[in-house]
Design a protein around this ligand. Structure first.
Ligand code: THU
Length: 136
């Protein structure tokens, strides 16, 4: 069972996601998203969406954060925060699957200014998931 996550940690993670959002490259949708993963050792790894003129090649903030974490050697996480828009957002379906690859941890969704927050477990957002080990 994943440990609870305290409010101070949640707010720090939302702050990191908001900073990442400021660096989003979203000239097509103009919907900037920032994400911040909290690794088990307390390290925070950020990501932002990176769009492309060829729209299907655009990358979501969550997946950018996962790639940045994995290349730094992090594969175990306590939480991810994601922020964007006027209302709290949650990861898209594809990102839920990518996150699930690395466990079942907390997902905190926020709006752009960090005032509206919601939190879920990944297993709530992606129930009955196809995960590591099942396709072997
Ligand atoms: N986006 C994310 O980066 N994460 C989400 O959770 C939702 C959507 C991005 C994809 C695209 O660049 C823009 O937001 C609009 O959909």
């Amino acid at each position: 069972m994943q440990a609870e996550i305290d409010q101070e940690t949640v707010l720090a993670l939302i702050g990191a996601a908001r900073q990442a959002r400021a660096r989003a490259y979203a000239p097509y949708s103009r919907f900037a998203v920032g994400a911040a993963l909290l690794a088990e050792d307390g390290t925070v790894i950020e990501g932002c969406n990176v769009e492309n003129a060829s729209s299907p090649l655009g990358l979501c903030a969550e997946r950018a954060a996962v790639a940045a974490a994995v290349v730094r050697g992090y594969r175990r996480f306590r939480a991810i925060a994601v922020v964007g828009g006027e209302r709290a957002i949650s990861p898209c379906g594809g990102c839920r699957q990518v996150l699930r690859e690395f466990g079942d941890f907390w997902v905190v969704g926020g709006n752009a200014d960090g005032t509206a927050l919601e939190r879920w477990r990944l297993s709530e957002l992606l129930p009955a998931a196809f995960g590591p080990g099942l396709g072997e």
